[in-house]
Design a protein around this ligand. Structure first.
Ligand SMILES: NC(=O)c1ccc[n+]([C@@H]2O[C@H](COP(=O)([O-])OP(=O)(O)OC[C@H]3O[C@@H](n4cnc5c(N)ncnc54)[C@H](OP(=O)(O)O)[C@@H]3O)[C@@H](O)[C@H]2O)c1
Length: 247
């Protein structure tokens, strides 16, 4: 028996990076997976094919999680397609870095809208579905940079710090519906998001990580799998997967 056999999952932002690794891990462990993407249709299709080749079930769904109507419509459509929705991973996220004196309203609001409002829209839409099942596992992908200050990321830090606060209150409010809400906070992880950082800065950042390297996306996915497969008595918590960079 696989660890999430018979379960269904929606992973937002699963076409690339950490979301992709989470979708693959859940599928390998028996879940039917909905792969959400915003623009990378080819990559989402490729992942769905990979999952099908492994004998799993995957569907793809295009939606901007920062758009309330699209996000809510997606959650409802996925639950309908799978007939139930057990696992929601709020992973989709963006950066629009800039130092505060030069940060525009647009840079700030885009990041809050996608990272924080997107998490609210999807969670909010999942609540009645999961409450009716008396079962739900919600995992929010936060960030170490929502726990520590990060130059040029006031918008991103605020969105991720907000996600952690949201996680705790949601956990408290939803506990009587059989729904757990937790967060996984990655440190720097080898994805397109970190590839955008200059090699010189990457070397400086690695020097501050006790384990001396960035995370592999699969290492973040394993923490998510643990919470949804084995975390029945865990709610309102965060697991830091950061090589010891924040203790
Ligand atoms: N990489 C890191 O070092 C790191 C560290 C800590 C936390 N995180 C967090 O981990 C999560 C994943 O990061 P990543 O590094 O894997 O990022 P990534 O490689 O840039 O991938 C981002 C994913 O999010 C999707 N996405 C972006 N905006 C979206 C929207 N409005 N609606 C739906 N999907 C959207 C993208 O879809 P498309 O491909 O269609 O654009 C893509 O699948 C994020 O929440 C990020 O903040 C990352």
């Amino acid at each position: 028996m696989k660890r999430v056999d018979g379960k269904t999952a929606l992973v937002t932002g699963a076409s690339r990076g950490i979301g992709r690794a989470i979708a693959l891990e859940l599928a390998r462990e028996g879940a039917k997976v909905a792969i959400n993407y915003a623009s990378s249709a080819a990559k989402a299709k490729e992942l769905a094919e990979e999952i099908k080749e492994l004998g799993g079930t995957a569907i793809i769904y295009k939606a901007d999680v920062g758009n309330s109507k699209e996000a809510r419509g997606m959650v409802e459509a996925v639950a309908k397609e799978f007939t139930h929705l057990d696992i929601l991973v709020n992973n989709a996220g963006i950066t629009r870095d800039g130092l505060l004196p030069a940060m525009t309203d647009e840079q700030f609001s885009q990041v809050i809208q996608t990272n924080l409002c997107g998490c609210f829209y999807c969670t909010s839409a999942a609540i009645p579905i999961m409450a009716a099942q008396s079962y739900g596992r919600i995992v929010n992908i936060g960030s170490m940079n929502g726990q520590v200050p990060a130059m040029g990321q006031a918008n991103y830090s605020a969105s991720k710090g907000g996600m952690l606060a949201f996680t705790r209150t949601a956990a408290l409010e939803l506990v009587n519906f059989g729904i757990t809400v937790n967060a996984v906070c990655p440190g720097y992880t080898e994805t397109d998001m970190v590839d955008a950082v200059s090699p010189a800065l990457q070397t400086i950042i690695k020097g501050k990580i006790p384990m001396g390297r960035f995370a592999h996306a699969e290492e973040i996915a394993k923490a998510v799998l643990f919470l949804v497969a084995d975390g029945d008595f865990i709610t309102g918590q965060q697991i830091n997967v950061n090589g010891g960079a924040y203790m």
